[in-house]
Design a binder for this molecule. Sequence first.
Ligand SMILES: Nc1ncnc2c1ncn2[C@@H]1O[C@H](COP(=O)(O)OP(=O)(O)O)[C@@H](O)[C@H]1O
Ligand SMILES: Cc1ncc(COP(=O)(O)O)c(N)n1
Length: 277
Amino acid sequence: MMGVALTIAGSDSGGGAGIQADLKTFQELGVFGTSALTAVTAQNTLGVHGVWPLGPEAIRAQMDAVFADFDVAAAKTGMLFSGEIIGEVAAGLAAAGNPVLVVDPVMIAKGGAHLLREEAIAAMRDKILPVATVITPNIPEAEVLAGMAIRSAQDMEEAGRRLIAMGAQSVVVKGGHMEEEKRACDLFMDGRGERIWLSAERIRTKDTHGTGCTFSAALTAFLAAGEPLEKAVGGAKRFIHAAISDGLGLGGGHGPTNHWAYHRAGNALKGEVLIDS
Ligand SMILES: Nc1ncnc2c1ncn2[C@@H]1O[C@H](COP(=O)(O)OP(=O)(O)O)[C@@H](O)[C@H]1O
Ligand SMILES: Cc1ncc(COP(=O)(O)O)c(N)n1
C-alpha cells in the first residue's frame, strides 16, 4: 500500500518553503501527502510580508481528520509559531499514538522574520523534542535549543548530544549556515552512538529558500516509504543537493529550490554526496 505522509506546517504563498515544499517533495518521492496548516504567510522570494496563525482548534481538527481516516506512516512539523499551537499539535500527535515524527524546528525565515515566537521555544523543547524520531535544526536553531554556540564539527556533535539528552531519538544538525566551509556538511546522530556525516559541495547560489523544509520533507517521505532512518537521511541529503544544484532562477530574492531535480539527476547524485559513518 502507498505510504501516507502528513505535514503540520505553515503555508508559503511563494511556493518554495512550508506546506507547498513539503507536498511537492512528498509527491516527487512517491508518497501520498496530507497536511494540517498551522499558519498562512504572505511570502515571496523577497521576504515574509504577513503571518496569520490559525486557531488551535482548526489545527487540531485537521490533524484529527487525517489521522482518523489514513494510516499515516510518518509526519513532520515545520512552522509552529506559538506555544499554544505547539501544545495543541503535541496533544494531537499523542492522541494519534505519536507516529514517526520528523521535527524541523523552524524559527526564523531567511529574511529575518520570526516564524516561531520567543515564548514558544520552551514548548518546542519540552513538548515536541521528546516525541521527535529525528529533529533537523540548522545551526542557529541548534544553538538556541542546545543553549551553546556552534563554530566547529565538534560543537555540532556536542549540540547533537544535548538534543538527544533532551529526549529526541535522533538528530541531524545541518551545516548549511557554516558559509566559510567549502562543503555543506550535516551530522546525523542517534542515542545508540551512530554518527553519519552527510557532505556535499557547497553551491554558490542565493536560491536557498525552503532548503530546510525540503530536506525534512524528503526525510519524512523516505521514512513513510519504509526506509530505515540511516538510509533516509542520505536520501534526503541527495534530494536537497539536487534541488539546490539545479536552481530555477525564480523571483527577485532568495529563490526556491528545484523539487524535480532529484528525479532528473538520478544516479549521477551517488558520487556527489558523501556519506561517512
Ligand atoms: N549553498 C549550499 N550548497 C549545498 N548545500 C546546501 C547549501 N545551503 C544549504 N545546504 C544544505 O541544505 C540543507 C538545509 O540546510 P540549512 O541551510 O542548514 O538549513 P535551513 O534551510 O533550515 O536554514 C542541508 O542539507 C544543507 O547542508
Ligand atoms: C511557511 C514557512 N515555513 C518555513 C519556512 C522556512 O524556510 P527554510 O526552509 O528556508 O528555513 C518559511 N520560509 N515559510
